[in-house]
Write a protein that binds this ligand. Structure first.
Ligand code: SF4
Ligand code: SF4
Length: 77
């Protein structure tokens, strides 16, 4: 089990939606604001703690928008 975190370079996003469809945790949505390119960039929704750091978003994004971090979750024995 891992807990993840991502950073999103919103200025690079072109709003294609590939990452939204691909995220297995369904935590990515389009934001309300427009970026400098005229697109509504992706952002994490209120369930961002559900991100596992799987990296699928970074894998599918054609514009290298995501950086993904993974942290193992240790359970008490
Ligand atoms: S790392 Fe995985 S769970 Fe987290 S936002 Fe990206 S695709 Fe979704
Ligand atoms: S795949 Fe990349 S460019 Fe496309 S909506 Fe997601 S973050 Fe934006």
């Amino acid at each position: 089990m891992t807990r993840g975190a991502i950073t999103i370079q919103t200025d690079r996003c072109k709003g294609c939606g590939l990452c939204i469809q691909a995220c297995p945790q369904h935590v990515l949505v389009f934001g309300e604001e427009f970026n400098a390119r005229g697109y509504r960039p992706v952002q994490l929704d209120e369930r961002e703690r559900c991100c596992t750091g799987c990296g699928v978003c970074a894998l599918v994004c054609p514009d290298v928008v995501f950086t993904v971090y993974r942290q193992p979750v240790r359970r008490a024995a």
